[in-house]
Design a protein around this ligand. Structure first.
Ligand code: PGA
Length: 242
């Protein structure tokens, strides 16, 4: 089964460092895969101003690695979306603004959005609605204490289209690795609150040493710190290959 690996660049990089990232990633991935094919879906999620350049680089990657990709692909991700559609919402980025870039994946409700931008589960639900209009895959981030609240705020009609990411706040950017058993327990709770088929990702200090074990109990990972450097993320992607 193909897994989803998301590089969340957060508010890092400019055009030059983004392009450098792709050069580093490409060279290192060829080496690190060492002849293996790529069966996972690799999503790169830059900040809004870099979406255009990253779209171009992703198209190039898919071309360069055509013979290496089995069920795998390189795709564009977005870190957030406006809870409103197109219209008079100064400063917001709507689905209409980004549809032409053909993102496959949009992260919503990341704990940093909830913490620094006061996003509520209701607001996250409005964002999911916007993502599903595109259409793209909404990845809804939750910590353990938000599972029920977030599940209640989302419409039952959407449930089959959702991907949930379990991201414990204490593990984000800290180097703290929760045990795989603990992650498995929470993923089970998430599936009980949504459906037993809901794809669930894990995020929080995932790196090349830990990615394989987290993938044993999840459908994919979100990687922040270990995705800032292109070479390091290439090693994560290679280590995720069975
Ligand atoms: P981290 O970030 O890998 O730096 O913990 C993950 C995330 O915030 O999605």
């Amino acid at each position: 089964m193909s897994k989803l690996l998301i590089a969340n660049w957060k508010a890092n990089k400019n055009i030059a460092t983004a392009q450098q990232w792709f050069q580093d990633f490409s060279v290192e991935l060829t080496q690190a895969l060492n002849g293996k094919t790529l069966s996972n879906q690799v999503v790169i999620a830059p900040s809004f101003p870099l979406l255009g350049i990253v779209r171009t680089e992703i198209d190039r990657l898919n071309h360069t690695f055509t013979s290496t990709l089995s069920t795998g692909s390189f795709e564009l991700g977005v870190q957030d979306i406006s809870p409103f559609g197109a219209g008079a919402y100064t400063g917001a980025v709507s689905g209409q603004n980004i549809a032409w870039l053909q993102p496959t994946t949009i992260i919503v409700g990341h704990s940093e959005r909830r913490r620094y931008f006061q996003e509520t589960s209701q607001m996250v639900a409005s964002k999911v609605d916007q993502v599903l209009d595109l259409p793209a895959r909404p990845v809804v981030c939750v910590d353990r204490d938000k599972i029920t609240e977030q599940a209640r705020a989302l419409s039952a009609e959407w449930v089959k289209k959702l991907t949930i990411a379990y991201e414990p706040v204490e593990a984000i950017g800290t180097g703290i690795h929760p045990g795989v058993k603990q992650v498995q327990t929470v993923i089970q709770e998430i599936r009980e609150a949504f459906t037993d088929k809901t794809p669930v990702l894990y995020g929080g200090s995932v790196d090349e040493q830990t990615v394989a074990e987290y993938l044993l109990v999840s459908d994919g990972v979100i990687v922040g710190t270990a995705a800032v450097d292109g070479k390091q993320f290439a090693r994560v992607v290679a280590a995720a290959q069975p």
